[in-house]
Unconditional design. Structure first.
Length: 348
């Protein structure tokens, strides 16, 4: 079925409303005062009847939203479906969402690299929403914050190569992983022996540790998280010739991802030009005064919406290089906020 014309005050469904990103969807809808005429909270059968706090948006007043079981029939009358229920559920529900004439904005990895699905970061490629056929993919969280910072630099001179090392928070593995970081840290400090610590969300202990292993291994020795950053960056930037090398590491931080990024350009880009471009770029906030100890840090930026950039400097190891550090809240800009910004692009 062809996607219907988007009304000015759409009906919004939040699929996976009881999860960490689902809860953030509800917060963001309120924070941007999204002009919804109705908001439906959908989740699995075991959450049916649960009440979720909602501060309201558009025509929807503040008050508890009662969770409904997500079924194919749940999307009748829905205009925008914000999904964060896992790739399997997204694949299972895609046909029902599209058949209802709604637009699925999917936070999972299910459709990101499909040729007929736009992969969108509104500050970078908003024009790509125009060719959706009922599904728009939200990129990987670590990719989102990187390309928001890369876009204004790419506009100065084409970027030919990116080398990125990520410092990714527990939130990227979901609410249970955040709880594991809390509980494991407490147990570790209480002297619990290593072999008695509960390790479920990660491959190893996350408390007081860094784990260079996110997602499943690939045949070339990389991980799928690293592959995502490579493939998704090329698709979002519209440049298959852009070389990207990524190393993704899980660190004992709750919410914000950090990234150390080195970029190589076709032509010369000065630090001063880069700083001016970043200062003017939508979604970017500079925190860059090393002498004053001012730079982005995950511990102080949880709950913020921007991509924060600091430690901007020349990379002397290549002819035309710059290096910088960026931080963003993985649950906000890395997931829920980016999806709601996509929804805003769909409004008439």
């Amino acid at each position: 079925m062809e996607t219907k014309k988007m009304p000015a005050r759409p009906v919004v469904a939040v699929a996976g409303a009881t999860g960490a990103v689902g809860a953030e969807f509800l917060k963001v809808l309120h924070d941007v005062d999204f002009p919804a005429s109705e908001v439906r909270a959908l989740a699995s059968a075991r959450s049916t009847g649960k009440e979720l706090p909602f501060e309201g948006c558009g025509d929807v007043p503040a008050g508890a939203l009662v969770v409904q079981e997500m079924t194919p029939e749940s999307f009748e009358g829905v205009d925008i479906a914000l999904f964060s229920a896992g790739a399997g559920v997204s694949k299972q529900m895609r046909e029902a969402v599209v058949a209802a004439g709604a637009v699925m904005i999917d936070n999972s990895s299910a459709f990101r690299m499909d040729a007929d699905v736009p992969l969108v970061v509104p500050e970078v490629n908003p024009q790509d929403v125009a060719w959706h056929s009922g599904v728009i993919a939200n990129p990987n969280c670590s990719t989102i914050q990187m390309v928001v910072a890369l876009k204004p630099l790419y506009d100065l001179s084409r970027i030919t190569r990116v080398v990125v090392s990520t410092y990714q928070a527990a939130s990227g593995a979901g609410a249970p992983a955040m709880a594991e970081l809390y509980d494991q840290t407490r147990a570790f400090l209480d002297g619990t022996p290593e072999d008695e610590l509960t390790v479920e969300s990660f491959q190893h202990r996350i408390a007081f540790n860094c784990i260079p292993h996110i997602d499943v291994p690939m045949e070339d020795g990389s991980t799928k998280e690293e592959w995502k950053m490579v493939a998704e960056t090329k698709k979002i930037m519209g440049d298959e010739g852009l070389a990207v090398s990524a190393t993704c590491v899980r660190v004992p931080v709750l919410r914000c991802h950090g990234e150390s990024i080195n970029v190589e350009f076709e032509g010369d880009v000065t630090v001063e030009a880069a700083r001016a471009a970043l200062e003017a770029a939508p979604g970017v906030q500079l925190m860059d005064d090393l002498a004053a100890c001012e730079y982005p840090m995950p511990g102080i930026l949880a709950g913020t919406d921007g991509v924060f950039v600091g430690r901007l400097r020349r990379d002397e190891s290549v002819a035309h290089g710059l290096a910088f550090w960026d931080v963003a809240d993985q649950i906000r800009k890395g997931a829920a906020l980016n999806a709601v910004q996509i929804a805003q692009l769909l409004l008439p």
